[in-house]
Design a protein around this ligand. Structure first.
Ligand code: COA
Length: 148
C-alpha cells in the first residue's frame, strides 16, 4: 500500500469513492473547491494500483479538522483507513494541538477506528446530518496529552 498526496487529475476517482461510500457524497466540483483551498490537504491510499481510500484534512493554525475518510467497500478491513490516519498523525503531530471530526453516532466502524487512535467524545451537534437525520458526535484527539 502506498500513501501519498492526491493530485488534481485524480479528483474524479475521489468523487467515485464518495459516491460509493455516502448517501450524500461530495460532488466532483465540491472536492475540486476543497482541494484548491490552501488550508486543506488530501491523502490517498493506493492498493494494488487502485485508489482505494482517501482522507481530507483542514489545518487552521494549530487545529486539524478531518474533513472525510472513506475506503471503497471491496477494500475495507485491510488497514487502509488506519494507515491514512496514521499518516496524517505522523505528518502533523508536531504542528497541531488537536485533530477533530464529526461522525454519525450510528457509524460504529468509523467510531471504532477513531477510538483506536485515542479520539475521545468531545460534544454533540444536534440534528447535524440529514437523510437520515442524525446528531453528529464530535471526536477529538489531543496531541499534547501523551495520546500518541
Ligand atoms: C470507516 C471506514 C473508513 C473504515 O475503513 P477501513 O479501511 O475498512 O478501516 P481499517 O481496516 O483501517 O480498520 C481499522 C480499525 O477500525 C475498526 N473498524 C473498521 N471497520 C469496522 C467495522 N465494520 N466494524 C467494527 N470496527 C471496524 C476496527 O477497530 C479496525 O481494526 P481491526 O480491523 O484490526 O479490527 C470505512 O468503513 C468506510 O469507508 N466507511 C464509509 C465511509 C465512512 O463512514 N467514513 C467515515 C466518515 S466520519
Amino acid at each position: 500500500m502506498i500513501i501519498r498526496e492526491l493530485t488534481q487529475t485524480e479528483i474524479p476517482e475521489i468523487a467515485e469513492i464518495e459516491r460509493r461510500c455516502f448517501s450524500h457524497p461530495w460532488s466532483e466540483d465540491s472536492i475540486n473547491d476543497s482541494f484548491a483551498n490552501s488550508s486543506n490537504r488530501f491523502y490517498i491510499a493506493e492498493f494494488d494500483g487502485v485508489i482505494a481510500g482517501y482522507v481530507g484534512l483542514s489545518v487552521i493554525i494549530d487545529e486539524g479538522y478531518i474533513l472525510n475518510v472513506a475506503v471503497l467497500p471491496d477494500y475495507r478491513r485491510k488497514g487502509i483507513a488506519k494507515a491514512l490516519i496514521n499518516h496524517i498523525i505522523s505528518l502533523y503531530k508536531e504542528k497541531l494541538a488537536f485533530l477533530t471530526l464529526e461522525v454519525r453516532p450510528s457509524n460504529t466502524a468509523a467510531i471504532r477506528l477513531y477510538e483506536s487512535f485515542g479520539f475521545e467524545k468531545a460534544g454533540l451537534r444536534k440534528d447535524y446530518y440529514r437523510e437520515p437525520k442524525e446528531d453528529a458526535l464530535i471526536l477529538t484527539l489531543f496531541m499534547n496529552k501523551g495520546n500518541i
